[in-house]
Every structure is written in structure tokens, then in C-alpha cells.
Design a protein around this ligand. Structure first.
Ligand code: NOJ
Length: 495
């Protein structure tokens, strides 16, 4: 591209947004970056690790992934974690959010067989982080279920999975909890349940939309609550840490000011987010009422004997609600929502249960991921909505980021971070929302699920053609480093 075109593109990119605000993040605000086990580790069958559903899925259905890619080697962090920690140290981040691979620790999924090499790997990672002054933020489940548990039905098998997850969580707390003070049980369980057991496009590829996807969510929510109570009863007094569950959502903006569009947008966020967030984070607990009512009504019309949405007993509602120490929120983009009449009865689905129309405005800037448009103001609205709906919790943004083709001169990512962080800061300083941390997804380019290695989210570039998986800082790494060091989004802040 000739320099004039580059300049023109840069000006257009920047002028699409208002100036970032010139005030500083509060002193106690925490910045971090994140990755997840399957996306970066590799070493898929090394040193006693068991097979998980993503190993199985990518090996069995290679054509479902862009360029038939898989996570067999990924960024090779299983061997190169010390290099990752040098990168984190250079960025100056306060914490690193990563996930444990369940099948690296428990190859068969249950605590009857523990893989010591897997335990040692995570102990080494955690020790090296702490030695470098970086807090480990650990997710127990970032989508990589041990395959033997899938063969027993996986997440829709509530009776089996709640207890097995709780055993795994207890083991993790006891092995690593002296050093790990921030735990996340599940990451974005909606993707596990709706993409994995509803549409069947993610591992394990089960198509049971609006049936098993609801059962999966029911299990996950109960499993989270049980893990939280285990922490509370057996570990909190001695370890003094915090436990949360990561829930994700886009912002949903009504397509017009009409009552119907506003109602449609609210219904969409309740189904998309309230589904997981309400039982845990809402003062009343339980699924959102609109979801309970609509799924019951449609199930009846479809001829089901009872609602496809499982019910919590009053005891379960009480047991689950309040099982969090802070609110973990992942968010990337926004959608517009339009009212629709109820979709016709016939095809049983979660989308039919919601019955709204969503779309993204064609004027919004794009990324390398079809779903990810750049809509920074949506995030400010979302965190205000979360604050109001869930009674002013402490919020940590546990993921936010931008994809491109992997270029080192990644101006699009810099603009994204600058604008999103500016909106988050305005929510803190002007709207009084209690956001205390921010996590850039991702530390480095990695395996982006169905997108394979074609959608790059990293602050560091990884050369996947080089067996050394060489890491190189992008321009955005310098930008983020400066933000972390100065707490300021522009060259000079006012305070
Ligand atoms: C959410 C997921 O937690 C993560 O695994 C994924 O790579 C990013 N979003 C980007 O899609």
C-alpha cells in the first residue's frame, strides 16, 4: 500500500470515533492479558495428558476448522511458558488470566488418576508468574472437556458432571490455591452450551438446539455454585481468594425508540446473558422470568410435556444465588435488535424461544472476525446495564480485544483498545460504575477455534510457520504497555 493510502486509512479509522478521554485510570485499577489452555499450550498428548473434546473434534472433523488447523502445537506454551512470562513482564501487566487444561491434570476427567507432570507444569507457570510479580488469574474450564466425560454424555448429563467438576475444582484449589487468589470456574459457558450442544458447531458437535443446550447450562450453573461453596467452606479461610464465573455478552441496542424494539433488546440480553448471569449474580437468583415464561409457552405449543428449560428448586435458587466475589464480564461488540412476531412453531430452537431480529450496522468498523464490529459506546452502555441490573457489583472485564490478519503495525487494534478503554473509563469516572480490572484478549496470536489461525487477536505476533513459534511484539504491545505504566490513554493526561 502506498504511504498516502495508509495515511488516509489511519485518518478514517481514527475519525470514526471521538477523542479518548484524557483522565487517568484509578490507582488501584488492574490491567492484564489472557489466553486459554487449548488455544496456546499445544503438547496435546505429552507427558500423560488425556484427550479432550477439542483434540477429538479437530482430529475427527478437520474440515470444520479454517485450513484444517488444530491446537496440537498451537503457541507451544507447554514448552515456552517462560517466554510468555517475559512478554507479560515486559508489558508490565498486573495479572495474567490463563486456564487449566482439565485433561492435563486428570487424563480421564476424574480424580482417580492424577497426572503429576500436568500438576507440575501449572505449578511452574504459577511460580514463575509470582516470581515476576504477576498475579495468576485462573480459569478452571475454558471449553476443553476431557473426552472420556463427553463419552458419558458431557455437560447435559447433570448428575454426573456437577460432581465431577466439583471434584476437579477442589483438587485445583488444594493444589494451587496457596498461590492463586483469583479463580474463574467457567469461561463463557454459553459458547460451550449453545455452540457445543445446541448448534453443534463447536466441540463436541452435538446438535440439540433448545434442549441439550439448556440442560448443559443448568449443569454448568449448578457445578459453578458447588465449586464456589467448596471454596467457601474448605479453602476461603486459609487461602483468602476470590471466585467468579465469566459470563459474556454483546451489547444489544434497540433498533428504534419504540416500546417494541426496546422490549426486544431487553429480551435478547436476558436470553443471551441473563440465562447465566441471573441465577448467580441477580439478587433474586433463578433464570430471567421472560425466559422461563417463553420457553414454557413454546414448549407446550410444540407438544413437550414440560418446559425444555430445566427448573431450579427454591433450595437450588438459594444455593446458587450470590456465588461470586466479583463479576467477570467478557465483551467485544454490539448488535442492533428489532422486534419480531414470534417465530413459527415447528423448528425447536433457542432462537425461536427468543424470536427477535439482530443485525450489525454496516457503518461499524470491521475486524478479521465476522461477528466482531468495533462499537466502543456499546461497552459503556453494557457495563451500566450490568451495574444497574445486578445491584452494583465489582466488575472485572475478563476479556476484550480485536482481531486482524496478524500485522505488526496493528493500528486497528490500538484504536480498538483506546476507544473501548476510554468508554470503560467514562463509565467509571462519570457513571460511577465499579470496574476494577481490564483484560486484553489476547497476550499473543493463538488458535481461534473454528477460525484456526486466521483471526489474530494477539498483542504479540506468533509465527506459526516457524517451529520455534517465534513471538514478536506488535505496535499494540507498546501501546498497551504505556497504558499500563501511565494509566493514561493519550500522550498526556490531565490529572
Ligand atoms: C472469547 C473466548 O473466551 C476466547 O477463547 C476467544 O478466543 C475470544 N473470545 C475471541 O473470540
Amino acid at each position: 500500500m502506498d504511504p498516502n493510502t495508509v495515511l488516509f486509512l489511519l485518518i478514517t479509522l481514527r475519525s470514526a470515533f471521538p477523542e479518548p478521554i484524557k483522565r487517568k485510570f484509578p490507582e488501584n485499577f488492574r490491567f492484564g492479558t489472557a489466553t486459554a489452555s487449548y488455544q496456546v499450550e499445544g503438547g496435546w498428548n505429552e507427558d500423560g495428558k488425556g484427550e479432550n473434546i477439542w483434540d477429538y473434534y479437530t482430529h475427527t472433523y478437520p474440515d470444520r476448522i479454517a485450513n484444517q488447523a488444530n491446537g496440537d502445537i498451537a503457541c507451544n506454551s507447554y514448552h515456552k511458558y517462560l517466554e510468555d512470562i517475559v512478554m507479560l513482564k515486559d508489558l508490565g501487566v498486573h495479572f495474567y488470566r490463563f486456564s487449566l487444561s482439565w485433561s492435563r491434570i486428570l487424563p480421564e476427567g476424574h480424580t482417580g488418576k492424577i497426572n503429576q507432570a500436568g500438576v507440575d507444569y501449572y505449578k511452574n507457570v504459577i511460580r514463575a508468574l509470582k516470581q515476576n510479580g504477576i498475579e495468576p488469574y485462573v480459569t478452571l474450564y475454558h471449553w476443553d472437556l476431557p473426552q472420556p466425560l463427553q463419552e458419558k454424555g458431557g455437560w447435559p448429563n447433570t448428575d454426573l458432571m456437577v460432581d465431577l467438576f466439583a471434584d476437579y475444582a477442589r483438587l485445583a484449589f488444594s493444589l494451587f490455591g496457596d498461590q492463586v487468589k483469583n479463580w474463574m470456574t467457567f469461561n463463557e459457558a454459553k459458547q460451550t452450551c449453545q455452540l457445543g450442544y445446541g448448534y453443534g458447531v463447536f466441540a463436541p458437535g452435538v446438535q440439540s438446539n433448545g434442549i441439550d443446550s439448556y440442560k448443559c447450562a443448568h449443569t454448568v450453573i449448578k457445578a459453578h455454585a458447588k465449586a464456589y461453596h467448596i471454596y467457601d467452606e474448605e479453602f476461603r479461610a486459609s487461602q483468602k481468594g476470590r471466585v467468579s464465573m465469566v459470563v459474556d455478552t454483546d451489547w444489544f441496542e434497540p433498533a428504534s425508540d419504540s416500546d417494541r424494539d426496546r422490549k426486544a433488546a431487553e429480551r435478547k440480553i436476558q436470553f443471551n446473558f441473563g440465562w447465566y448471569a441471573n441465577p448467580i449474580y441477580h439478587p433474586d437468583g433463578n433464570y430471567p422470568q421472560v425466559m422461563i415464561d417463553r420457553v414454557a409457552k413454546r414448549s407446550k405449543k410444540e407438544g413437550f410435556e414440560k418446559s425444555r428449560l430445566p427448573e431450579f428448586t427454591p433450595e437450588e435458587i438459594d444455593y446458587i444465588k450470590g456465588t461470586f466475589d466479583f463479576f467477570s464480564l467478557n465483551t467485544y461488540t454490539a448488535n442492533m435488535v428489532k422486534w419480531s412476531d414470534d417465530f413459527p412453531i415447528g423448528y425447536v430452537s433457542y432462537d425461536g424461544d427468543i424470536s427477535v431480529v439482530t443485525y450489525q450496522d454496516p457503518s461499524w468498523n470491521s475486524s478479521a472476525s465476522s461477528w466482531l464490529k468495533v462499537v466502543p459506546w456499546g461497552t459503556r452502555k453494557l457495563i451500566n446495564w450490568v451495574d444497574k441490573t445486578y445491584n452494583h457489583p465489582e466488575i472485572v472485564i475478563t476479556e476484550n480485544g480485536f482481531s486482524d490478519d496478524g500485522e505488526l503495525d496493528d493500528e486497528g487494534r490500538i484504536v480498538y483498545y483506546q476507544e473501548y478503554l476510554s468508554n470503560i473509563l467514562e463509565a467509571i469516572l462519570e457513571d460511577g460504575v465499579n470496574v476494577t480490572g481490564y483484560t486484553a484478549w489476547s497476550l499473543m496470536d493463538n488458535f481461534e477455534w473454528l477460525g484456526g489461525y486466521t483471526e489474530k487477536f494477539g498483542l504479540y505476533q506468533v509465527d506459526f510457520d516457524d517451529e520455534n513459534r517465534t513471538r514478536t511484539p506488535k505496535k499494540s504491545a507498546d501501546f498497551y504497555k504505556k497504558v499500563v505504566a501511565t494509566r493514561c490513554l493519550v500522550d498526556q493526561c490531565e490529572n
